[in-house]
Design a protein. Structure first.
Length: 159
């Protein structure tokens, strides 16, 4: 029974050992049986938290443009150890995170005539854009810098 539950979960997509253990516990699988099945699946490399973390970071950073703090939180929620989280986050450079934040801001500002914004409108856009970046896991310092650069950019094209 435990084996079937784990196989069904893995057929839907990669899972961490913690996620699978939680699912087995929810289904009232005895702890010894759950541990044996999970150990065997790890032995066969069907469960690999390090690989899961690397794929998660790459995918979420590339497609959702999330910053490292949000990625770190998501991986912790999935039961990945701090050591594996930090190793997975090493693939993101500071330049990658800045570029990701810049992309999000430029996308939001694509239809805004930046030249015609007065001080209060710039402040409003700054607050909203910085809040959006911080929610996505980018640091406030980087967020303020990127937003200021993008709001003051004269050429609306983004490269």
């Amino acid at each position: 029974m435990a084996r079937a539950i784990v196989l069904r979960q893995l057929s839907a997509g990669p899972r961490t050992r913690h996620q699978l253990a939680t699912k087995l516990k929810d289904r009232e699988v005895p702890e010894a049986a759950a541990r044996a099945v999970l150990d065997r699946f790890e032995e066969l490399r069907l469960i690999n938290d390090a690989e899961f973390a690397e794929l998660w970071v790459r995918s979420r950073a590339e497609h959702r443009h999330l910053g490292s703090s949000t990625l770190r939180r998501e991986l912790r929620e999935k039961g990945v150890s701090d050591v594996l989280i930090e190793a997975a986050l090493e693939q993101l450079s500071a330049a990658d995170e800045r570029e990701s934040a810049r992309y999000l801001v430029a996308k939001k500002l694509a239809r805004v005539d930046r030249a015609s914004l007065d001080r209060s409108e710039k402040d409003k856009h700054t607050r909203r854009l910085v809040a959006m970046l911080v929610r996505k896991g980018h640091s406030p310092g980087v967020a303020f810098g990127i937003v200021a650069e993008e709001l003051n950019r004269e050429d609306d094209s983004w490269e």
